[in-house]
Design a protein around this ligand. Structure first.
Ligand code: UDP
Length: 321
């Protein structure tokens, strides 16, 4: 079984590469390294079933030999990153999805798209299930990511309908764990680094906004099940992959202070430039994942945060990025 993973040197997909190798796949990891890092896959470079190709998937993708699965995970994925790389974000979600979708039928491969809870935007419907269409500002700063993912879903489904490609769409909610970049800009890396360094914890806005944070191992397990589930059982609709355990940002800041044994104070700051459309709530309805994949997250947040805190402590001890 040969599986191509785009964005494979990123936080999430590098863990997916690990899991696929563990399951006996040959893995072709493709990454432009704009936001991904060789550090995430350096431990795999000696594995003969692992191949790394530095390539921007918005350009034609050449793959010699058979490919059984194409997993498209390439994209800047934190609000700070898509603010920094707006065009790249739009291109990898549109042109990159087009190129990877072109490859899949050519190789008669299954196709798994990493979509996002961002397709729901700032949702008036709560919790979000897959039949909700979303509330996205197309010209907002985070619109570059949201609309790229929405377009990617539209294109993937069009390929399924036009060419019969076996397309599977995951709407992935906030995921955390080891290998997140220290300067990634997201809440958990920021709060972890700030707490460990004894700096102020920067909560944007009132801190009343909510997210539902899933530990990396749970997300990876959900994605593997989505890849493997019987086609007939899955149907056409996307599947939410996330935890229903919703928490206010201010409360996760408190948890991180406690877990790291920090003396840091929480400071509330106005939303920075680019955070104008920050969703006020986010929680997945995972009935579909439970029914179709027999999956739900297992790792309790405190347990996951403790493991993650060890990673951040180690990275900071080594001197950071
Ligand atoms: N956030 C925060 N302080 C930070 C970074 C993020 O309060 O230093 C907030 C952000 O405004 C959002 C939430 O944390 O409401 C989650 O943001 P993140 O960037 O982790 O991901 P998002 O879910 O917005 O994509």
């Amino acid at each position: 079984m040969t599986t191509m993973v785009t964005g494979g040197a990123g936080f999430l997909a590098s863990h997916l590469c690990d899991k696929l190798l563990e399951k006996g796949h040959q893995v072709i990891c493709v990454d432009s390294l704009i936001t991904g890092s060789m550090r995430n896959v350096s431990h795999l470079l000696g594995n003969e079933r692992f191949k790394f190709i530095k390539h921007d998937v918005t350009e034609y993708i050449y793959a010699a030999g058979p490919v059984d699965n194409v997993l498209h995970f390439a994209s800047p994925a934190s609000p700070a990153d898509y603010l920094r790389y707006p065009i790249e974000t739009l291109k990898v979600g549109s042109l990159g999805t087009h190129k990877t979708l072109g490859l899949a039928p050519h190789k008669a491969a299954k196709y798994l798209l990493a979509s996002s809870s961002e397709v729901y935007g700032d949702p008036p419907v709560h919790p979000q299930n897959e039949s909700y269409w979303g509330s996205v500002n197309p010209i907002g700063y985070r619109g570059v990511y949201d609309e790229a993912k929405r377009f990617a879903e539209a294109l993937a489904i069009a390929y399924r309908r036009a060419s019969g490609t076996d397309v599977r769409i995951a709407r992935i909610f906030n995921t955390y764990g080891a290998r997140m970049r220290l300067d990634d800009g997201r809440a958990i890396p920021n709060f972890m680094c700030q707490a460990i360094r004894g700096e102020d914890i920067t909560v944007f806005g009132s801190g009343e906004q909510t997210r539902s944070f899933t530990y990396i191992d749970d997300t990876v397990e959900g994605l593997i099940r989505l890849l493997e589930v019987d086609r007939e059982k899955l149907g056409e609709a996307p599947v939410n992959i996330g935890t229903p355990a919703e928490i206010k940002l201010i409360d996760i800041a408190r948890e991180i202070i406690q877990i790291t044994g920090s003396n840091s104070k929480i400071v509330k700051l106005p939303f920075p430039h680019g955070y104008e459309d920050d969703p006020k709530v986010r929680q997945p309805d995972i009935s579909r994942a439970r029914n179709v994949l027999g999956w739900e997250p297992k790792v309790d947040r405190i347990e996951g945060l403790k493991i993650t805190a060890e990673y951040f402590k180690q990275r900071l001890k080594e001197g950071g990025d």
